[in-house]
Design a protein around this ligand. Structure first.
Ligand code: N7H
Length: 444
């Protein structure tokens, strides 16, 4: 056995929300808190450390229900974490998401001055996330967390977002979501693509070797060990605009579905174009043993099946020949949908807020989340498509282009509107359970 396969993650110290795929269906809640008094903040850390579930015991009946807690850089400061420790966290985390707006494509309507307050401000210190298979169990899991902060002076809940699964685990545009997940060495939790070698644990959790043979450590080491960075983004989806674009650029409902699938790389059922390029196969889409079992390069180097510009091939080129090494840009995603469903067939915007609370989990905000968002989503140079952006989530601003490789000539789609707008977000750190207690015991 190689040194790598001997890596054992300290699951009893890692928060459950880090490694475990979210249940489907699900109910979820995000609560943001501000710490006005550092002693109260430390007391909060003490209380939540007893509420947060660890990633151990995957077979427990509570395995699908978890409460996680994460802190922003401002949150660490509000607790009085010493400067030397603060400086040992990644540069991007210390900057915060709002300061990284240009790099992330958060411009125009998506720019921080237009974000939903208090997102992106220095008021957000702690984010509590609860996820469960249904609203009843969610409430039961949340009750102790609420008791932990509601009775306290000096800590205040200032923002909340509820999320609720849409039918068939679809997201607001109508695609099945939550399919593709990386396997992580030593986690015991399988990935969804049997053809992808498990990634080194250090890609997702601090304190273990990563794909570059580095080990990220903080000062003191205990503070970062078994913790991870989490990026939350509230992303509004313009479902009516998406439907109208498909409708206006197709001659039949079949054409419309094919164009949607080419943009995503999967049919709305989840069935991948890589395995069924000409027609949908809902059974394949719903089958977790088959719906992510594919690579790109050998079978489809030019993208005749799955275009290089499609959302899933951009965000995970797998083995496709591109500039760079895809394995160092992987991520765990925990998207949950918010807002009402836009009824089938409706092409006019009803003014409702709906979209995805996107959550990234990984040990490297810079080379994982920011790289994918800036180089792969909002640029096309890496696979030879100039400045074309992701047709579904890119900051296209009404002037997006998308190329569909086709014989005898490619098809070029133009004037793509911006279907997704950022409503706000935060860079957070989700500490291990021992680190939460270390924070509770700070004496500064
Ligand atoms: Fe994406 N969508 O629902 O339309 N995404 N995504 N994403 N995304 C994926 O594989 C979506 C966003 C990735 O391994 C699927 O689970 C929407 C951001 C990655 O094959 C669907 C939004 C970033 C993958 C969506 C959104 C990513 C992926 C296919 C915003 C990173 C896995 C289902 C509102 C910066 C690729 C699945 C792989 C898949 C949707 C955002 C990344 C349906 C609506 C911001 C890495």
């Amino acid at each position: 056995m190689s040194e790598e396969t001997n890596v054992k993650l300290e699951l009893d110290d890692i928060q459950s929300g880090v490694l475990r795929p979210r249940p489907g269906p699900y109910a979820a809640t995000y609560i943001a808190l501000r710490i006005d008094d550092r002693r109260a903040g430390r007391e909060l850390m003490d209380r939540v450390s007893t509420v947060v579930t660890s990633a151990a015991n995957p077979s427990s009946p509570l395995a699908d229900t978890w409460v996680s807690v994460a802190l922003t850089y401002c949150g660490f400061k509000a607790l009085g974490v010493p400067q030397q420790s603060l400086d040992s966290f990644s540069w991007e985390f210390r900057q915060g998401m709002a300061a990284r707006a240009n790099e992330l494509g958060d411009v125009g309507e998506s720019s921080p001055e237009n974000w939903e307050k208090p997102l992106g401000t220095s008021d957000i210190h702690v984010v509590i996330v609860a996820v469960s298979p249904d609203a009843e169990r969610l409430e039961a899991a949340l009750a102790p967390a609420r008791r932990a902060y509601q009775s306290m002076n000096g800590v205040e809940a200032i923002w909340r977002q509820n999320c609720q699964a849409l039918p068939d685990d679809k997201e607001p545009f109508g695609f099945r979501d939550g399919i593709s997940h990386p396997a992580i060495e030593g986690s015991g939790i399988p990935g969804s693509n049997p053809q992808e070698q498990p990634l080194k644990a250090g890609e997702f959790v601090l304190g273990y070797p990563d794909e570059m043979r580095g080990i990220q450590k903080t000062e003191p080491e205990l503070l970062g060990r078994n913790g991870t960075y989490v990026v939350f983004r509230k992303l509004h989806q313009r479902v009516a605009d998406f439907r109208r674009y498909l409708n206006a650029n197709s001659n039949s409902p079949q054409d419309e579905e094919l164009l949607a699938a080419k943009m995503m790389g999967r049919w709305r059922s989840g069935a991948p174009l890589a395995l069924c390029p000409f027609h949908d196969d809902p059974q394949l889409g719903a089958d977790p043993r088959r719906n992510n079992d594919f690579l790109f390069e050998a079978d489809d180097p030019a993208g005749f099946k799955t275009p290089g510009g499609s959302h899933i091939r951009r965000t995970n080129p797998r083995d496709a020949a591109i500039a760079g090494f895809p394995r160092i840009h992987r991520m765990i995603r925990r998207g949950t949908a918010y807002g009402p469903l836009l009824p089938d067939g409706v092409l006019d915007d009803d003014g409702a807020e709906r979209g995805l609370m996107f959550a990234f989990v990984g040990a490297h905000i810079g080379r994982q989340f920011e790289f994918v968002q800036s180089q792969w989503v909002n640029d096309g140079v890496f696979f030879g498509a100039g400045d074309d952006k992701d047709p579904i989530i890119g900051s296209n601003g009404g002037a997006g282009n998308f190329t569909q490789p086709r014989k005898p000539v490619r098809r070029r789609w133009q004037g793509i509107p911006q279907f997704v707008a950022t409503r706000g977000g935060e860079y957070c750190f989700m500490p291990g359970l021992r680190a939460l207690r270390w924070l509770a015991e700070l004496q500064t």
